[in-house]
Design a protein around this ligand. Sequence first.
Ligand code: ZN
Length: 358
Amino acid sequence: MMNVVGFLFVPLLLAPGVLTLERAEHDYYKYHPMEKISTWMTQMEKDHPDVVTIVDYGKTYENRTISLLRIGLKSEAKKKAIWMDCGIHAREWIAPAFCQYFVRQILQTYKTDAKMEAMMTNMDFYVTPVLNIDGYMYSWKDISTRLWRKNRSPGPSGGCYGTDLNRNFDANWGTVGVSSDCSSNIYCGRGPISEPEAQAVTYFVGSRKEDFLCFLTIHSYGQLLLVPYGHPNFTAPNYEELMNVGKGAAEAIWKVHGKNYTVGTSPDVLYANSGSSRDWARMQDIPLTFTFELRDNGTYGFELPEDQIQPTCEEAYHGALHIITYAHDKTFSGAAAAAAATLWTMLLAVGVSGANLL
Ligand SMILES: [Zn+2]
């Protein structure tokens, strides 16, 4: 009799524990190594099979697969798209943490929020949690490699490694704010898109560039929202629009935890540079391209403590949402008002930009 009772009760007692182990919650407020992020991506696809699809779109130098999550609700109409990539620079760990948070937020929000539901019906979100996978894994290796920035391809002369992927895109490549020395942190590579990670983005986005309304690339640190272009001699044709939308995003960020984000071009608020993915995307006629430089202002720099992940993600989410909502509404609602705003922007642009790049 005792044995029968034991036999009956043991599975019942074990069951909740087993269930908890299998469904262990992903901790969005910790930094995760690449393996954990890959597992999380697979889980997202499993948990939301109608909404989330993993898309492989390239290989790193060390032959790892670069993947993104395509997130959207089914629609008969042709959809527009939003791009977001994180982790192009290895040491900026808060960036991949933000991409994970962003994905979770939109997947939670659309179920109860009609606006998010409309945006996910009209647009697909393409989110790459870690673009520079080799570099990210290297930054996790040990304390001596924690601050690695570049990818891991060998330089031309041997003895040095890594190209700065955010200097490798085909946007005034190799002109300002770069180095031709492979041991430099801003080595721009052997030529435009010489690196497989930059190629992956270029070919994927380039093959459907007319779909993308918005290109957001997430970095740290400095609390900045950077608009094109990094080259001081060129001005984006919609510079005024980019600045206005950026300032709206900075205000949305400020409202969450009172952090100040500065909006401007790289040469105006940081330093001149060339070959960035943001500039390349704008040159492909994607209208709203921004670089986010998340917290902080230098106290911890790239090694932002984990207790700041949550507030950093919360505020940046509202900043990103401001830009994405603007992009959506300009295309899908209030078309007349948006057209008037565009005309005004064009009139202003004629006055302020003598050297349009496009
Ligand atoms: Zn960066």
